[in-house]
Design a protein around this ligand. Sequence first.
Ligand SMILES: C[S@@+](CC[C@H](N)C(=O)[O-])C[C@H]1O[C@@H](n2cnc3c(N)ncnc32)[C@H](O)[C@@H]1O
Length: 433
Amino acid sequence: MDKYIGNKKAILEGIEKFLIAKNIESGLFIDVFSGTTNVGQYFKQRGYSIISNDINDFSYVFGKVYIQNNEFPKYTNIIKEIMEKGFIIDENEIETSTEYIKNKLDGEKIFSNGYFEKVKYGSNVRPLLIVLQYLNSLSIEDLSPEELLFYNYYTVYGVNSAYKSSRGTEGKRNYFTADNAKKIGRIIETIKRWYLSSLISEMEFYILLCALIEEVTLNANVNGTFHDFNRSKLFPNALTPLKLKPMMLNISENAIADYCICKEDSNKLFKEENFNALINKYKESVLYIDPPYNFRQYSAYYHMLNFIAIYHTIDNPIEYANGFNYVRGQNMKNNFNSQYCYKDKFIDALEDLITNIKSKHIVISYYDENNHWNHGKKVISMDGRKEIVNMFSRIENIATYDEEAFTIPRVNYQSRSGEHKKQIDELIFYARR
Ligand SMILES: C[S@@+](CC[C@H](N)C(=O)[O-])C[C@H]1O[C@@H](n2cnc3c(N)ncnc32)[C@H](O)[C@@H]1O
């Protein structure tokens, strides 16, 4: 997933160069605000063990699939069942999809050159491609009320999609075309049924769920986040028929690496069983901190993806959907307000986090613009930077820290089409125990 606020894909090599300059080349990488998991994925490919944590449910699915999983799924039982029912594999499509993966991997900085051949991607991915092909071929006729949930609650054609905003504007939610919403409903109910009846394993299930989440991110009629949708029309991406695509599975050659996936408030993570013991096992451990640094609450901005991620755990999805609230249609039972999104709590939360997680190295990602200290300001102040460095000086057991942040330049794309480009500096703060 690349469309995510604060996604660090653009600076992965910069983070690696920074670590190498600090003589860190292996060990445990603790990604406490993992979001897309792109940073953890990058270091998984470079042989690190990974702890991946984020409070968002969809990020947990990504963690399971891209970090914890280290093999290609076999789908033995479900393939046997669908073949017995007469499903005919379209071999041309399998070939096209394999070619799609090869091309995508070639331009993908997480993986090094030759990854496709090294892990025998072409032959190993076949079972996944068959199952995705089957799911894409499902009919959208005769849907159950649950299968119609996305249609009814999240499209303008639905009977339950009306909203009234706090300013009094009224309308209907416009996240998907009718057909795409029906497809989502049929696919999610199908994979839930397969999983609950043990036709597929937990990881096989998460891989399909991940494919659906990735596709919804690309297909939904939104401008980046699910805090709102385009009210008046459907964007071209939303008009494209929804089709699950194979994701880029991340297989590491390090057979003895630890991969631990959590869905916890980062400040409570250290209480997880054996957490600090795992850290102590490693000579080099890096706590990588990439928190939200302004008021935007990720839980509200990505509620749709979180709903899809927990759908299989909801006994009565329609009752749950009746609790959808606000213009965006989020059930507030599944909401998390992060303390990192409040200026007056941000530094205290960071200090508490670093104090409790006893890693050897501490690396913080930060950005001068649009943060708590500079939001909406034309002249950018260094106040946020100073607060972070001062914080290091207060924490016990910190042996040394950099007074100045390391800068990684990158291009910022400020619009959908990327026409407003701007050079900005991503910052890295460093401390060591
Ligand atoms: C800047 S984003 C991280 C982006 C990530 N590094 C990437 O490359 O995709 C911040 C993340 O922190 C998560 N988050 C916010 N508060 C949290 C908390 N208290 N505990 C755990 N995760 C939290 C959000 O869900 C969001 O994914």
